[in-house]
Design a protein around this ligand. Structure first.
Ligand code: SF4
Length: 273
């Protein structure tokens, strides 16, 4: 039996629905994981865009993005999330070159001098019954008519059509939080896929917001049941090939009860950081 979590974020909801066993290792037992190039690069690009948007609107050009990029690069060179990747000099160069390509790709998608942002990296929290729902919004802005728009940057590829709705569920989650905390439902939620230059836009409705509370409550009940019965099932899929917990996953012949002892040893550099 494990303690039942009292809060959920969009990524935790997705993590549980993707694989309850991996969710147990990461979110219930809170075991360390090695950093990944993809996630670290994504967070660095988010940081560059955050620094860019701290400038007055007229100054947000590709030229001024360079010092923002340099600052983020200096920060990440000291960050364990980056240093523990153990990249060679050539690999580090390739990492930063690719990160800069994503920043350039952003400028090809929109003109940041025209954005009327009202907040960056905003943390929102709302209660649903005894459960706290939490999320961080990359950017909240006003459109030409003064309505709220939520924008979320993605550094991976755009999902195929069959996955688009599940990706949007995370963004509808943000629109639910806006409505609860700021008292206004956003007019649009946008996912900007920098890698492919695609933007997926959805219009939240009373129905989509209701769907989020229903779905999140259902997921939370499933999490609660799994914690109380110690029954987290592995769900094999595309995530398995990059799953750090595979050595302890029963679907791959592992013993999950050993993970709490062995994972911190195996990933000790991450823990020491
Ligand atoms: S290896 Fe696959 S099935 Fe096992 S915990 Fe990881 S994601 Fe889940």
């Amino acid at each position: 039996m494990y303690p039942v979590p009292t809060s959920l974020s969009p990524s935790r909801v997705e993590a549980f629905t993707s694989c309850p066993m991996a969710f147990r290792f990461a979110s219930i037992e809170k075991l360390p994981e090695p950093p990944s190039i993809h996630a670290t690069k994504g967070s660095m690009v988010h940081r560059v865009l955050e620094l860019l948007f701290m400038r007055p609107a007229v100054e947000r050009t590709l030229v001024t993005a360079q010092p923002a990029f340099d600052q983020a690069m200096a920060e990440y060179r000291l960050d364990p999330e980056f240093t523990l990747l153990g990249l060679t000099d050539a690999q580090q160069q390739a990492f930063f070159d690719d990160a800069w390509t994503l920043v350039e790709a952003y400028f090809a998608m929109e003109d940041p001098t025209s954005i009327r942002e009202i907040g960056l990296e905003i943390r929102l929290e709302a209660q649903v019954g005894s459960l706290a729902l939490r999320g961080i919004i990359d950017r909240l802005e006003l459109d030409e008519e003064g309505r709220l728009v939520v924008t979320d940057y993605k550094t991976g590829r755009a999902p195929g059509l069959q996955y688009e709705q599940s990706r949007l569920a995370g963004v509808h989650f943000y629109s639910f939080l806006c409505e609860q905390v700021l008292g206004q439902r956003p007019a649009a939620i946008r996912l900007m896929y920098l890698r492919t230059g695609e933007t997926i836009t959805a219009t939240p409705s009373a129905q989509s917001v209701r769907f989020i509370t229903t779905r999140t409550t259902a997921v939370w009940k499933a999490v609660e049941k799994a914690c109380l019965t110690d029954n987290f099932q592995p769900r094999q899929g595309a995530l398995c090939k990059s799953c750090a917990f595979q050595p302890w996953c029963p679907a791959f012949g592992g013993d999950p009860s050993l993970a709490a002892v062995e994972a911190p040893v195996r990933f000790r550099p991450t823990v020491a950081a």
